[in-house]
Design a protein around this ligand. Structure first.
Ligand SMILES: [Zn+2]
Length: 461
């Protein structure tokens, strides 16, 4: 059965169009995208493409807001945050992970994300032994995504060492550690299950500090045997200490090392490629890899600043992720990215493009294009063959009312003050959010709060 609607205004990959008829098939793929129809519009507000969230560690939503105080270290940093995050990760059980992920995915849908790349690295029981079903926690994430109705790219994480030069893992990492063989068996097991759910399976070598060169090579060869087009995501150059350690180990900066030693191409997503030199910006952009930017998390952790103008000057592709979930809003990630660039460059509308001067429009299109590439799924916006994933803005929201469609999107990103200016969200041609609410909003929120309360109670001595 084909379904269709008519939007008075819709943001197509080529820009804004009027009176657009969208139709899609049973699989939720767009079969018609036809502007300038005569028919009467059936949606209340402008349609924008759904934003893929290219980087998520779902369980970290449970500690969002809990590490905002200065610890014992004189200079609080990423590494002290990580210590607290590990303590939480060590206690999580499968039901709690599913509850936290379900609450998070419902929030994501209500905030305009229509799919998520889950960088999944808690694999084992609290004591480090594998679960009887080795894919237990992956199943919890897959169930949460299916219940919420959000698209999924599942990226099991390969994690073997605690630092460059094959440093043995530490106690806090015992739930993450897998041999390369064990990872490939997990991928083989998950592949048919992901296919059945309409999810994409990929692989995430955690970082160069966590995966030695031989393991990286073997894991990539094994992945290719399962799915030669599968996405590959890696944390790279997030922290200056990581850059210094990589130079001490190899004589090269992390991105330069990766480009010289791995087949980096458009399948790859370089998450937090924050610290690159001019040559790395140029080479990484030319590889076709997506820069996976997580602006609010990178700000929260004090990582440093990505140079968006340098990346765009090299025609680099980028997308956004909510990573630690200190913020769950596609619009707010774009706001943070643009504002950080304005502060750094002392200019305005930095992310606008020559072909698209409206910065919110340019950023939305860029984040959809990059997010789709990183997800390895047909999520490239409102075009034939792509999935029918979109949001309808609330034209009655005070920040948007009576404006033209492109300005509504600008106001959604820059002026709606965190109150939700999204009326409806559709994934694969099915309405998942209506009147700003997901049908599971109340139950998923209650489940999330209960899981967090339980985990924090266990934190007390
Ligand atoms: Zn991450």
């Amino acid at each position: 059965m084909t379904q269709s609607l008519i939007a008075a205004h819709a943001l197509l990959p080529t820009g804004w169009a009027r009176n657009v008829r969208l139709a899609w098939n049973d699989q939720g793929r767009l079969t018609h995208v036809e502007p300038d129809t005569e028919a009467t519009p059936t949606t209340k507000g402008p349609l924008i493409p759904g934003t893929p969230n290219l980087h998520s560690h779902a369980f970290q939503r449970g500690i969002a807001g809990l590490t905002e105080f200065r610890g014992a270290e004189a200079s609080d940093s990423f590494w002290s945050w990580r210590t607290l995050m590990y303590r939480f990760a060590l206690r999580l059980d499968p039901a709690q992970l599913e509850a936290i992920a379900l609450g998070l995915y419902v929030e994501m849908l209500e905030a305009g994300y229509t799919s998520v790349c889950e960088f999944h690295y808690v694999h084992h029981q609290g004591d480090g032994r594998p679960y009887a079903d080795d894919a237990e926690l992956a199943h919890a994430l897959m169930r949460a995504a299916q219940r919420a109705g959000i698209g999924l790219t599942l990226l099991p994480v390969l994690y073997q060492t605690s630092g460059f030069g094959a440093k043995p893992p530490n106690e806090g990492q015992r739930r993450f550690i897998r041999s390369t063989d064990s990872m490939l068996r997990l991928l083989e097991k998950l592949k048919p299950l992901c296919d059945a759910q309409g999810a994409r399976l990929g692989l995430a070598p955690h970082s160069l500090r966590a995966v030695p060169p031989d393991a990286l090579r073997e894991a990539l060869a094994g992945l290719d045997a399962i799915d030669a087009g599968a996405p590959v995501h890696i944390h790279i150059a997030e922290q200056t200490q990581e850059v210094d350690d990589c130079i001490a180990w190899s004589g090269q900066r992390p991105v330069a090392w990766l480009l010289d030693h791995a087949p980096v191409d458009a399948r790859w997503c370089l998450v937090h490629a924050t610290h690159m030199d001019a040559d790395e910006y140029r080479r990484a952009a030319a590889s076709g890899a997506v820069a996976g930017l997580c602006p609010t998390t990178e700000a929260n952790l004090g990582d440093g600043l990505f140079d968006l103008p340098a990346w765009r000057a090299a025609d680099g592709v980028w997308g956004i992720g909510s990573d630690s979930h200190i913020c769950v809003s596609a619009a707010e990630e774009l706001l943070m990215l643009e504002y950080s660039q304005r502060l750094a460059t002392r200019r305005r509308n930095v992310a606008a493009e020559p072909s698209q001067p409206n910065v919110a429009t340019a950023m939305t299109l860029a984040a959809v294009q990059g997010g789709a590439r990183a997800s390895g799924r047909a999520l490239g916006g409102l075009a034939v063959g792509q999935q029918a994933d979109f949001s309808v803005l609330d034209a009655a929201h005070p920040a948007l009312a009576s404006l033209d469609a492109p300005t509504m999107l600008s106001s959604h990103v820059f002026a709606s003050h965190r109150s939700n200016a999204i009326d409806a969200v559709w994934v694969a041609g099915r309405p998942r959010v209506q009147a700003g609410r997901h049908p599971l909003h109340d139950s998923a929120t209650a489940g999330f709060v209960a899981a967090r309360r339980h985990l924090l109670q266990e934190d007390k001595p």
